[in-house]
Design a protein around this ligand. Structure first.
Ligand code: NCD
Ligand code: ZN
Ligand code: ZN
Length: 439
């Protein structure tokens, strides 16, 4: 295997040095110039070297909607975005609700070979919300499933949620919840319920539809002594509940609650809907400024543990409709690091150690990938697997949706100026991205 010498990189802790990668591992980290000869040298002067990014929430669409994305094209988008591992959501067709289905996604990921594709298992059969899927068999399968989610749908029945939490506790699993009470909004809700939705004549979801489920689930986590993870948190009220719950869980030590926020909920607001552009239609919906401010603050102070993309590719014929009829979801893998650089690092809310924490270490730990046979989310240190992301923190990029390696084009960042750019990604020592493009 070839070796790579990364010269003069700034590490997350702020020190500068040379990093030698060989045999899939980090072999040297030295503050003085390394004299070792390597097959490849990357000049990293002025660049930041992060542990490979880990995405807790990706929709890869295979099997079933290979016209929108495949495991291969989604893996390409992930690598370009600086990711070395992604959790593939279960709302495919068929649903990932059996050990065989999970192993198939795992194998497709290995065949693509660009990032570790870790399947998420469904909580209930067919995402129908009534009967538990074969959680234990998925956990014991080759796919070693630890994260379970009916994402796209809320596990609405409290009894089913309680059972699922009890079940996953046995093998250190976690239930990732799409928190949204369907009874608090009509079936046609498609945006944030507020003054603007009234003006536009669009039926909305109130923030409280999310908050009541977050509150219920943290109490169920406490009751069962298990772990719940709140997917794509979008309101200030949810943050308040999480802040309280995390304090309680810490004191108790027997249960846990974690949460993720998407790049779009950290930057885009509900007023974008004024033009009825379905690119901005997403679930949970874009919220007002005060929610966005609360989410940023919560990510900075650790109330929210992780940034997760909720990369949700959709084919043109599903997205290009009148607002009310278009599919929910937006792309996120290729732009996440730039959005976080722009809204968190440049704003002084996170330093690079903080970015490493919320985009690599914490998501890996939540997903149980930090203890996998070949771990993810580990520090940039000698003896660790060489999963690495090299970032130019001062670059400015104007996003072009047609430059994307995703199969889909539902990109809300098109034409926006963002800061920070992924220059290179290494998966266990092998470059998947060099000079900002697939290697
Ligand atoms: N986020 C979305 O708007 N859509 C997701 C489902 C989901 O994450 O709930 C999808 O699968 O398209
Ligand atoms: Zn969801
Ligand atoms: Zn999702």
């Amino acid at each position: 295997m070839s070796s790579t010498l990364i010269k003069g990189a700034t590490l997350p802790d702020g020190t500068t040095g040379d990093v030698l990668v060989d045999g899939g591992e980090i072999r040297e980290v030295s503050t003085r110039p390394s004299t070792t000869q390597a097959t490849r040298t990357i000049d990293a002067d002025g660049l930041v070297l992060l542990p490979g990014l880990v995405d807790l929430h990706t929709h890869l669409r295979e099997p079933g909607r290979e016209d929108a994305e495949t495991v291969l094209t989604g893996s390409r988008a992930a690598a370009v975005g600086g990711y070395t591992a992604v959790l593939a959501m279960a709302n495919t067709n068929p649903v990932t609700d059996t050990a065989e289905a999970a192993e198939r996604v795992l194998d497709l990921g290995r065949a693509a070979g660009l990032v570790d594709v870790q399947p998420v298992g469904a909580v209930t059969k067919g995402l129908a919300g009534t009967e538990l899927a074969e959680l234990g068999l998925m956990a014991r399968s080759r796919a070693r499933v630890r994260v379970f989610s009916d994402d796209g749908k809320c596990v609405h029945d409290a009894r089913v949620m309680r059972r699922a939490l009890e079940y996953v506790k046995a093998f250190g699993g976690v239930v990732s919840q799409h928190s949204q009470d369907p009874d608090l909004a009509g079936p046609s809700a498609c945006c944030h319920e507020g003054e603007l939705s009234g003006r536009l004549g669009l039926p909305g979801w109130p923030g409280v539809a999310e908050e009541v489920i977050v509150a219920r689930d943290v109490m169920l986590a406490r009751h069962t002594g298990s772990r719940v993870h709140v997917a794509h948190v979008s309101t200030a009220g949810s943050v308040e509940v999480l802040r309280w719950a995390k304090e309680q869980a810490k004191k108790d030590g027997r249960w846990d609650v974690t949460a993720e926020v998407t790049p779009h909920h950290l930057m885009l607001t509900t007023d974008l809907l004024a033009g009825y552009d379905p690119t901005y239609k997403v679930n949970p919906p874009l919220r007002p400024d005060e929610d966005v401010a609360a989410l940023r603050e919560a990510l900075a102070d650790g109330t929210i543990d992780a940034v997760a993309t909720d990369h949700a590719p959709h084919a043109r014929h599903d997205k290009e409709h009148a607002f009310a009829d278009a599919a929910f979801g937006m792309l996120g893998l290729e732009t996440a690091l730039s959005v976080v650089t722009t809204v968190m690092v440049e704003a002084g809310l996170l330093d690079w150690a903080g970015v490493a924490r919320v985009m690599s270490a914490n998501p890996a730990r939540i997903a149980g990938l930090d203890t996998a046979p070949v771990p993810q989310g580990r520090p940039v240190a000698v003896g660790e697997p060489a999963n690495l992301t090299l970032v130019d923190p001062t670059a400015h990029v104007t996003v072009d949706r047609d430059a994307s390696v995703s199969l889909s084009r539902n990109n809300p960042w098109h034409d926006r100026k963002l800061s920070g750019r992924v220059v290179a990604t290494l998966l266990r020592g092998t470059p998947t991205v060099l000079e900002g493009a697939l290697a």
